[in-house]
Ligand binder design. Structure first.
Ligand code: AMP
Length: 289
């Protein structure tokens, strides 16, 4: 496992790979857990060279508090990565990625991933931050395939748009959400929760399953499904719902009637911890959970 901090060293190394095998890349913000590791393992299995990056991207945070409180534990991350067969861990420094005078941003203008109220992953600041950093990381690492978890639907929509609009030569692989036994999606900050908060957090996945149960008995009206999901979340007073959205999984545009490819999305916060999750109906009994 080789660790690279320096941008020129990353560029040189990636240039050396051009004639070699395929490069699989897993971008992360660190605080790694089994969700990230599942992506690393897929990259290792499917590509000759696997690279993960760890970079907490200041550009995608609206609130400086959220950036400052973002969990960082590099030695633990490296220890976890050393249990995989990852070839390179790229850990650039913030001052190298955004040096004084940095002034070029990638700004997607599609409103589709912005949800009302546009907060966190639904905001334009977030879209610009993700689009800019992923463009820079793709330039530096030059991957053939980049790996993302399905949990963050906005991130995937933004990356797809950037890759298409800027003709970036990279394949995108989207992998399933890794969950706790009660369905809560693994997340870096899950263990910040107190015991009662942690128990309440399971309502997010239960709400998604309540929506699924309606679809499974042929309910097709999105408003009815959204209402059932919201009604369940309000039974947990510790959970503050940000939004429930029923939309198309490719475009994130709202739909009135459920069709194959429809995504049920949920976002909430408990204390200062933000959660997002989604499931996708593929038609019939086929769900991506
Ligand atoms: P982050 O470090 O939060 O930016 O996430 C890095 C990547 O890990 C993104 O592609 C996320 O979608 C993915 N990820 C985060 N949590 C999970 C999870 N529970 N299961 C699968 N992938 C995840």
């Amino acid at each position: 496992m080789r660790i690279i901090h320096n941008l020129d060293e990353m560029t040189e190394t990636a240039r050396g790979w051009l004639a070699g095998g395929s490069v699989g890349f897993v971008p992360t913000m660190g605080s790694l857990h089994q969700g990230h590791i599942s992506l690393v393992q897929a990259a290792h299995q499917e590509c000759e060279i696997s690279v993960a990056s760890i970079f907490v991207n200041p550009l995608q945070f609206e609130e400086s508090d959220d950036l400052l409180s973002y969990l960082r534990d590099l030695s633990r991350d490296l220890q976890l990565l050393s249990t995989t067969n990852i070839d390179v861990v790229f850990i650039p420094r913030t001052e190298d990625i955004y040096p004084a005078g940095f002034s070029t941003f990638v700004m997607p203008t599609s409103p589709l991933w912005a949800v009302q109220p546009a907060k966190g992953t639904g905001s334009r600041i977030y879209a610009r931050g993700v689009a800019t950093i992923i463009t820079k990381l793709f330039q530096l690492v030059r991957p053939d395939i980049a790996y993302f978890g399905r949990k963050n639907a906005q991130q995937i929509a933004i990356v797809r748009q950037v890759v298409r609009d800027l003709n970036i030569d990279v394949g995108l692989r989207i992998l399933p959400t890794v969950r706790e036994s009660d369905g809560l999606a693994l997340g870096s900050r899950n263990h910040f929760l107190t015991h009662p908060e942690r128990q309440a957090a399971s309502v997010l996945y239960r709400a998604l399953l309540a929506g699924k149960a309606l679809v499974d008995v042929n309910v097709r009206n999105c408003a009815e499904i959204e209402k059932a999901m919201m009604d369940l979340v309000v039974t947990e007073p510790l959970v503050n719902l940000d939004y429930v959205k029923v939309c198309h999984s490719d475009t994130l545009s709202s739909v009135d009637t459920i069709v194959p490819g429809t995504m049920l999305m949920i976002a909430a916060h408990i204390g200062k911890v933000h959660f997002i999750d989604n499931i996708i109906w593929r038609g019939g009994t086929n769900w991506l959970l």
